[in-house]
Design a protein around this ligand. Structure first.
Ligand code: PGA
Length: 261
């Protein structure tokens, strides 16, 4: 795992958005598609804002981009303001020229008896598109990636999962109380994530410093699902100074990033 630390999340997110832009631009004039694995939550918000700006400036088009999101609450209507479908539509998709049919997110409103098939199909669809080129990840306070909570297994694929208390508490403000937070979600598995060519995990703020320290210090363990990333050959961890504050300086490279408007 390569660890890059930036002055703040704006500079860090600019670096991530630039990396995505580069991959997308490389294929712009061909018929090839770029397959991105996307995340929700507060962490990627700045990256999406910058991608919107690139699009507004005419630097980038999403016409040939296909996206697969990590997860969705279950059950939830795609029209709910708390659904990840709503999040992605409003934060990124509706603000760009990405064809909506190219944007895949697990469905939160299917019948219980359809879930198994839906999940198998999700991993199959990723494979049919040639796999994910770059996968964006945040990290939960308990070390989850996607909704792969502690005890998730390395060979897990897309499936229905039970959300941990930590995760439901973190979401309770948005839902207006923990009772309103769904108890389950559909999430890509650890194996689905590790199949991506390249993985970028981002974390900002002092509240993430402790889990980032554990991610770096611990051997691979299902207690901290993010440690499975150590078994992938192309993972970059992107941090602001606060999220890196518990790490020794020799654990990372500090990057001075200029933001070009
Ligand atoms: P956050 O969530 O981006 O809102 O901090 C990250 C996660 O739980 O994966």
């Amino acid at each position: 795992m390569k660890i890059l630390v930036f002055e703040n999340k704006e500079e860090a997110s600019f670096y991530v958005a630039e990396s995505l832009k580069e991959v997308i631009q490389r294929k712009l004039n061909s018929t090839e598609i770029t397959v991105l694995g996307l995340a929700t939550g507060s962490t990627p918000l700045e990256t999406y804002k910058i991608l919107n700006r690139f699009y507004d400036n005419g630097d980038i088009s999403f016409k040939n981009v296909v996206t697969f999101n990590l997860d969705e609450y279950y059950p939830i209507s795609p029209n709910s303001v708390n659904s990840y479908r709503h999040f992605m539509n409003t934060k990124l998709f509706f603000k760009t020229d990405i064809p909506l049919e190219n944007t895949y997110i697990p469905s939160g409103d299917i019948e219980p008896n359809e879930i198994k098939e839906h999940c198998v199909k999700y991993d199959d669809l990723i494979a049919e598109h040639g796999g994910i080129e770059i996968q964006l990840l945040g990290i939960g306070l308990n070390g989850h990636i996607g909704f792969n909570e502690p005890k998730s297994q390395k060979n897990s694929l897309t499936r229905l999962v039970a959300l941990s208390n930590t995760t439901r508490i973190a979401a309770s403000d948005a839902f207006g109380g923990i009772d309103q937070v769904p108890e389950k979600a559909i999430s890509m598995g650890i194996k689905s994530i590790l199949r991506a060519n390249k993985i970028i995990l981002m974390a900002w703020g002092t509240h993430k410093a402790e889990i980032i320290k554990k991610l770096v210090d611990f051997e691979v363990t299902d207690e901290i699902p993010a440690t499975f990333l150590k078994e992938h050959s192309d993972v970059t961890v992107i941090l602001d100074k606060e999220a890196a504050s518990a790490l020794p300086q020799n654990a990372y490279t500090f990057v001075e990033q200029t933001i070009n408007q």
